[in-house]
Design a protein around this ligand. Structure first.
Ligand code: SF4
Length: 493
């Protein structure tokens, strides 16, 4: 008997580095999560001293993982995970090779060692009409051992690359003790106001992060996140090859950027972005032409990330892969278009944005299979709005107000990826999330939070209730919305 899973764990202690994780596209829940689940299963085999006795492994995919798993690369992810590849470091060429050949696979080197027979059709089973009660993204690994024993484990990919087993609900007493435990937005305000003068949200989050990391390591890790995001944008802008999957979606980021900064570009990311900043001269109050230029750049940044994501490239979950373009687009806007921007501001942006992602995960969901696209693009937009407001000088009330505004106008957004690919509407939708984030920050900075009628906690609760009411076909199944309107037979290439 399965119990219905409620992923809202208010007592969870989540670091910003749980929200911002380096990985591989196209999906945090359908690629990264299954990849990590496969790694965990291999670790179990090692711990049980069974790895040398494995004769066969089968993978059963259920619910949304079965319905959109091919387009989202779930099959590729489990093969790479079982093979011992790490999504943080695996070369793109290796992912590309497995993506192209996975259907003809005959063998698999388990954790890079023991070679076992592994056939795609026989050993990866898509249960399109079956969903596990616990969560829509369920997958089960079974290892048949030489002496007749079978080891089996079931995992759930609950969004943002997080993976749990059914009995793994975090217990508050098992959590770390943070100086400022935060379950919701009200806690954030309570803790910031407990100081005189009031603490900035990024300072509060930094104090909590020091539970896990020393001060200098927090900065170094966050700058590494920024560099991977920037590299991802640069790679997306520099690449011309067609997106995989058979939908025929053309890349647009490069053309849009080339209309603003003529080719050839500097060959490295940092020099490129300095050229972008110089070419634009960052008008503090842009005129119409300046405004359109900025809007084009922001759109190009967001498109670039999600074109890379769709091409199985290296991205940072923010909080998911499908929505990975929103935070980098707004962050790069801040870093290269706002006068006075600094690396210190980049760190504060990410600390704030990460905490907002956490409160959405604790109070609602960041899984499209549970909540539709409001849980992905909506959350990423709220994160970016909060981060930008923080670095533009907003007080904590304004930061939370910006996040609330950004999510309020994503409520009810469904997930309906055409052909089960993270391409249409996903890639373009990141540009919309980025622009709404900047609008949210602008309104909050000009507004009076004390007169706001809706709090961030209200909108998080509304999002969760909307998720519960949403028809299943709009939750990453590709059975409703645009996906139903434009049925295609995806030809894997
Ligand atoms: S529609 Fe939104 S939630 Fe669904 S796969 Fe695309 S980006 Fe993710």
């Amino acid at each position: 008997m399965h119990k219905q899973m409620d992923t809202r764990y208010p007592q969870q202690r989540i670091s910003v580095f749980d929200i911002f994780k380096v990985g591989v596209g196209p999906s945090s829940s359908h690629t990264m999560g299954p990849w990590r689940a496969a790694e965990r299963f291999v670790r179990t085999l090692v711990l049980e001293r069974a790895i040398e006795s494995v004769r066969r492994i089968t993978v059963d995919l259920y619910g949304s993982l079965a319905k959109t798993g091919i387009g989202h690369g779930t099959d590729v992810a489990v093969v790479l995970g079982l093979s011992g590849e790490d999504p943080e470091t695996v070369p793109h060429s290796v992912v590309d090779e497995v993506r192209r050949t996975v259907r003809g696979i005959e063998h698999l080197a388990l954790a890079g060692g023991l070679s076992i027979g592994f056939e795609y059709v026989r050993d990866i089973r898509f249960h399109h009409d079956e969903s596990l009660d616990y969560h829509p993204n369920g997958l089960r690994f079974s290892a048949a051992l030489s002496h007749g024993r079978t080891i089996q484990e079931t995992y759930y990919s609950i969004g943002g690359g997080f993976v749990v087993q059914e009995d793994e609900i975090p217990r508050p007493e098992a959590s770390v003790t943070l100086p400022y435990p935060i379950d919701n937005a009200a806690d954030i305000l309570r803790w910031t106001r407990a100081h005189d003068p009031e603490l900035r949200i990024s300072e509060l989050v930094r104090e909590n992060e020091r539970t896990w990391d020393p001060e200098d390591r927090i900065d170094a890790r966050l700058m590494r996140v920024f560099e991977v995001m920037r590299e991802c944008v640069f790679n997306g802008l520099s690449t011309e090859r067609a997106l995989p999957g058979g939908l025929g979606v053309a890349r647009r980021a490069r053309g849009l950027a080339a209309s603003l900064l003529p080719l050839p570009w500097p060959p490295a990311a940092q020099a490129f972005f300095e050229a972008v900043a110089n070419s634009n001269s960052a008008p503090a109050r842009p005129d119409a032409a300046g405004f359109e230029r900025v809007l084009r750049w922001i759109s190009a940044f967001a498109l670039a990330v999600n074109e890379e994501n769709a091409d199985f490239g290296r991205v940072v979950t923010a909080p998911t892969n499908g929505a990975a373009g929103v935070v980098p687009a707004v962050l790069l806007y801040y870093r290269y278009f706002v006068s006075g921007a600094s690396d210190e501001g980049v760190v504060r942006f990410l600390l704030t944005a990460g905490e907002i992602g956490s409160v959405f995960k604790k109070g609602a969901t960041i899984s499209a299979a549970q909540g539709g696209c409001q849980a992905e693009i909506g959350v990423s937009s709220a994160m970016a709005a909060a981060g930008l407001t923080e670095v533009l000088g907003g007080n904590p009330e304004q930061v939370l107000m910006a996040a609330e505004i950004a999510m309020e106008h994503h409520l009810g957004l469904t997930c309906d990826p055409v052909g089960g690919l993270v391409q249409v509407p996903c890639i373009e939708r990141n540009t919309m999330g980025a622009v709404k984030a900047i609008t949210g920050a602008t309104l909050a900075l000009a507004g009076d939070p004390s007169s706001a009628r809706v709090s961030l906690d209200d909108v998080i609760e509304a999002m969760w209730n909307t998720a519960l009411d949403m028809n299943t076909k709009y939750k990453e199944t590709s059975e409703g919305g645009l996906a139903a309107r434009i049925p295609i037979n995806v030809i894997e290439c």
